[in-house]
Design a protein. Sequence first.
Length: 354
Amino acid sequence: CCIAIAQSNIHIIIELCLEHLEKKELTVLDSNSRALIKKADLHLCFQKKPELHKRFFTVLNQITTWDHDDSRLILSLLQQFSKPTKEIVSGIVPVCSFSMKPYLNSDSRATLESILRSRFITNLYMLFDAVWIWCYQKSDDYADHVLRKMIIEKKMKQKLEKVSVEYVKAFWSDSWTDRMKELVLNCKELMSNDDNTSKMTVIREFPRDQFVKEMFSKNNIFRFMLPNTSTAADQVFELTLSASEDGNPDLFSIQWRRLLDKPTGNDSTHLPTLHFALRIFEDEEWRVLPISWCGKPTCDKTMKFWNWGYLKFHDEYDITEDDMILGSDGYVYWDETLQICCDRPVQLVCLQVD
């Protein structure tokens, strides 16, 4: 039972084995320790938990008696490192989710313009996410031709790629955010109808409460594929989530990396730019919910009720600032929140920007 539960967390099996060996002060492997070692993925442990990997072999070094079966077992462990595997070619790329807190204390047009000038914006998807969140929060009619001109100027100055028409069309809608969509959807300088940029890849889909568990409450690894326009083979990626341990928002992070079937020996291989968002099913359609300006997920002190920026993954209305576990961003006051219903599926999706 313990082994079945531990399969989703690579370190648990090895920690169980170490606890068993150290507690009993074993100098030989018994049937329980062999069973645990057989289930361990040491290759993955070496990548994700190198200190635990080192400790594991330190403890094994204290085994003084090895029989024939033990030797075969150790040989199988060594084979984990010698068999062909997908190589990580270009390091880890963080998935950035910036805080809107500095921009939410004013309704002025100047504040919106300061968002557009933000150094954090490195692609138009991030910019459109920020403008959509601003319009949703402030419900002010700033979606006009001056705003569109500013967006075009930023795109030209930073040489940013166009945004998928399908992405903007799919934004969750209300009267104010719809005005923002109307402003840009027919702008040829900003929009792309290229099929390759319009495809949103679903990384995972969960019911709301399961989404919270898989995304916020535990470490996780998701593998997903994106179509590769330059070769026949799809590109394989790995998304790593580090949980908010004990509810601490500052410990939460998302990172991704690309995997290749064959070693290239070239760390300068071009990496695509990926953009991540959420989708929920609303009015018979999948609607995009931007997350690139949501900051870190936060929860109450019971760790039952979670928010991610303006998104509420619970049904409680009486939670106050004093109830929350806060990180370095402190408490962020959102004018408008969007509640994800408990029976609604939530998708984590990504697009390839370039």
